[in-house]
Design a protein around this ligand. Structure first.
Ligand SMILES: Cc1cc2nc3c(=O)[nH]c(=O)nc-3n(C[C@H](O)[C@H](O)[C@H](O)COP(=O)(O)OP(=O)(O)OC[C@H]3O[C@@H](n4cnc5c(N)ncnc54)[C@H](O)[C@@H]3O)c2cc1C
Length: 373
């Protein structure tokens, strides 16, 4: 039995992959308020915000290539509702200062495409009118880059689709707080609210809460909670599902069928504080309207809060725990976990089964902070 701790996108993906290999799994989830997967926006970005040489880039590239395979696999399991769609993206400049950076930005995006990122396409600078044809509510902008192959996903829908597919393939889900049982230097089981589940292997994918479980194994894992507040709007009688993603220099807008718009997000380093704040709302409304004045009459339907699992060096933690050969972690994906998380979960499943992993995981070593004095 493999026990997976955490029912966000990373844990669900790991459990799903294991069930595809025919391995019995139990996934334990505490369903914390502020689970990042429920609040995540869903932009599968071109990767230009990561500098050349960042160790995340090969992982990101593989993660993007993995997405269509995951979506196809879920469709084979009868799961079609994931919100995944190639709707394209606009990177917009609303000030002269931002406009002066557009050529450099286009160069970086094209560099990523040349490096094999398969979800960018033929990116081009377009004028304000052309940009508005991809996103009708757009404000007049100074310049825009159109990225035709960019995709988005609905993290919550994808997570639910994975959950149903896991159950259909024989996996079990348990609600509650998981704790590791360590016996003579080995994790032998997981307890959940008094119930003991014997474990041949354990995958910890508990988002920012993973650090507590790592500590139990003597591992220092600096993953902190970064709060994101994100608004969900409705534009009545308007089919928004095909509109492009809009990425500004700090904030973004994306759309889902049939009339839903998502505007985000704040980055509040306040720890676990599950609240919508006036300052957060002001920031999202101001930045959202700066990019898309046509949203002035949209209805604010919901404001979600999520805690990004932000690691100290911005790299995730993926791999086996040294000294505990049957325990694996996959966490720390910060603000890019919807794009990378499904692949990281699949990697964790492969590691459990000793299957080959093509990506170099050494930059993501679970114990990389544990040696520092
Ligand atoms: C506002 C916002 C916008 C974002 N936008 C994007 C985006 O556009 N693109 C992108 O790629 N990423 C985005 N992200 C990031 C992405 O959402 C996260 O990186 C990703 O969802 C993390 O998934 P996870 O499975 O690691 O953690 P989570 O989704 O947080 O899930 C962790 C789960 O583990 C459970 N858990 C914790 N401890 C225990 C325990 N002891 N026992 C049992 N269960 C436990 C929790 O209850 C929780 O359900 C965004 C995040 C936010 C907040």
């Amino acid at each position: 039995m493999v026990v997976i701790i955490g029912g966000g996108l990373v844990g669900m993906s790991a459990a799903y992959q294991l069930t595809r290999y025919g391995v019995p799994v139990v996934l334990v989830d505490r369903a914390d308020e502020g689970k990042a997967t429920t609040a995540g926006a869903g932009i599968l970005s071109p990767g230009n915000r990561f500098p050349s040489g960042d160790p995340i880039l090969p992982l990101l590239k593989e993660a993007h290539a993995y997405y269509p395979k995951l979506i196809a696999s879920l469709a084979e399991d009868g799961e079609y509702h994931t919100g995944y769609e190639k709707v394209g993206a606009l990177h917009v400049a609303t000030t002269d200062e931002e406009a002066s950076q557009m050529s450099k930005l286009l160069e970086q995006i094209q560099e990523r495409r040349t490096a094999g990122f398969n979800h960018i396409g033929d990116a081009k600078i377009v004028d304000s009118d052309a940009a508005r044809s991809f996103f009708p509510a757009l404000s007049p902008v100074k310049a825009a880059i159109h990225i035709p192959e960019a995709a988005r996903v609905d993290g919550q829908l994808l997570c639910s689709a994975l959950e149903r597919a896991i159950v259909q393939r024989g996996g079990s889900l348990v609600h509650g707080r998981a704790e590791l049982v360590v016996d003579q230097g080995k994790v032998t089981a997981v307890t959940v609210e008094g119930q003991t589940i014997a474990a041949e292997a354990v995958i910890v994918a508990a988002g920012p809460w993973s650090a507590t479980l790592a500590k139990q194994l003597g591992i220092t894992m600096p993953v902190y909670l970064q709060r994101g507040q994100i608004a969900h709007l409705v534009v009545p009688k308007t089919e928004t599902g095909g509109w492009s993603i809009v990425m500004g220099f700090t904030h973004y807008i994306l759309t889902f069928p049939s009339d839903r718009i998502v505007v985000g997000a704040t980055r509040d380093n306040v720890g676990y504080d599950y609240r919508v704040t006036m300052g957060g709302m002001r920031e999202i409304i101001n930045e959202g309207l700066r990019m898309a004045i046509g949203l002035e009459s949209a209805t604010v339907q919901d404001v979600r809060i999520g805690f990004r699992p932000q690691s100290q060096d911005t790299e995730p933690f993926i791999g086996q725990v040294p000294g505990f050969e049957n325990v694996y972690f996959a966490t720390g994906h910060g603000g890019y976990g919807l794009q990378v998380g499904p692949y990281s979960g699949a990697i964790a499943a492969d590691l459990v089964l000793n299957r080959p992993v093509s990506t170099d995981l050494s930059p993501f070593a679970v114990d990389r902070f544990s040696h520092a004095s």
